[in-house]
Write a protein that binds this ligand. Structure first.
Ligand code: ADP
Ligand code: MG
Length: 328
């Protein structure tokens, strides 16, 4: 049982396995620990397939961990009834096209959670709430009468956000919230998300494969690779002083100035060989096959996340430090 009252969501040594078509077992997430505080923003970064969505979905109870547990306010999330859970935690899908039924009107999309989750009985109060949320996302009242299929991608994403914030969850996961949008709408939507979250004082996990987005967000960042957490720190700690060779490689592909000097690592990454780390009996660092700094120990033993300074932790033998138990 967790005693830490500041943590809203806690992932404690969670694992998630999937059965592969060939009969093998894929370890999508391994031994991951993470706590998200009340009102905290946590960005989860990593390339496609690194397990970000699986972590995000486990954190809201949409995917069950194969091992380990997820706590919401100290209570195992699997013990909550669906309705109670959905009032507290929400997941915003990356695809605004798939997430909204095109044949519904915007009114239906927004009013349903007010009726079924929030149980707002009075129609005029529902009307007021919908009006307020539409106003907050910069869309007029007339949008209530539009069909979802008439909306642009950017408008759909806004309606999705309006729906989530209408529920006023304590915690939400925004999974690649801007990936499907063009560059103009990207910053706009991200700013909207950040502002709405602030107003509601909700905790939020933002999932992105694009580390350059992180500089627009406050709070902490976690960098994942092959189902494991490589580095965690505040956005400032991570962007000013990236430690893990994988974080350096990720930063090197963004146009950010701080990354320019680290470009040599990117070159090495083009030749990375991860075939070794995919085998079942491999016990070393999952990044060793691609890492220009890897030495003997990296291939036989897995580095644990260790605290370097402040909240900054890294799982890499290059750095000596104290063991950082992020579930505490
Ligand atoms: N339902 C599923 N069934 C089988 N494999 C899955 C399933 N969901 C995810 N995976 C696999 O787990 C790994 C991590 O996936 P995911 O969490 O979606 O990563 P990301 O969001 O970082 O792209 C990938 O290799 C993916 O193919
Ligand atoms: Mg994903």
């Amino acid at each position: 049982m967790s005693e830490n009252k500041h943590n809203l969501v806690e992932l404690k040594h969670v694992y998630r396995y999937y059965r592969e078509k060939g009969g093998g077992i894929l370890s999508a997430v391994s031994d991951l620990c993470l706590s998200i505080g009340r009102g905290e923003v946590f960005s989860l970064v990593g390339e496609s397939g690194s397990g970000k969505t699986t972590v995000g979905k486990m954190s809201v109870g949409l995917t069950k961990p194969s091992r380990g547990e997820v706590l919401l306010e100290g209570v195992n999330i699997k013990s909550l009834k669906q309705e109670a859970r959905l009032r507290k935690v929400q997941y915003v899908h990356q695809d605004p096209y798939g997430a909204l039924d095109p044949y519904l009107t915007v009114r239906e999309v927004l009013e349903r959670p007010l009726v079924y989750l929030k149980r707002v009985k009075e129609a005029h109060i529902r009307e007021e709430i919908m009006y307020e949320r539409l106003d907050q996302i910069g869309l007029g009242y007339e949008y209530l009468f539009k069909n979802v299929k008439e909306l642009s991608g950017g408008e759909k994403q806004r309606i999705l956000l309006a729906r989530v914030f209408l529920i006023e969850p304590d915690y939400l996961v925004a999974d690649e919230p801007t990936t499907m949008l063009d560059s103009v709408h990207r910053t706009e939507t991200l700013n909207l998300l950040v502002n709405l979250r602030k107003k509601m004082d909700a905790s939020m996990m933002v999932i992105t494969h694009d580390i350059s987005i992180v500089s627009l967000l406050s709070g902490r960042v976690g960098v994942m690779f092959q189902g494991e957490m490589m580095e965690v720190g505040t956005t400032e700690e991570l962007l000013k002083n990236p430690l893990h060779p994988y974080t350096l490689a990720l930063l090197a592909v963004t146009p950010d100035k701080i990354a320019k000097s680290k470009n040599a690592i990117l070159e090495d990454n083009k030749h990375r060989d991860l075939s070794l780390t995919r085998t079942a009996d491999y016990k070393g660092c999952v990044y060793a096959g691609a890492c220009p700094f890897a030495f003997e120990k990296c291939r036989i033993e897995k580095p644990k996340l260790v605290r370097i300074e402040g909240t900054h932790s890294v799982a890499c033998f290059k750095y000596p430090g104290e063991s950082a138990n992020l579930a505490e």
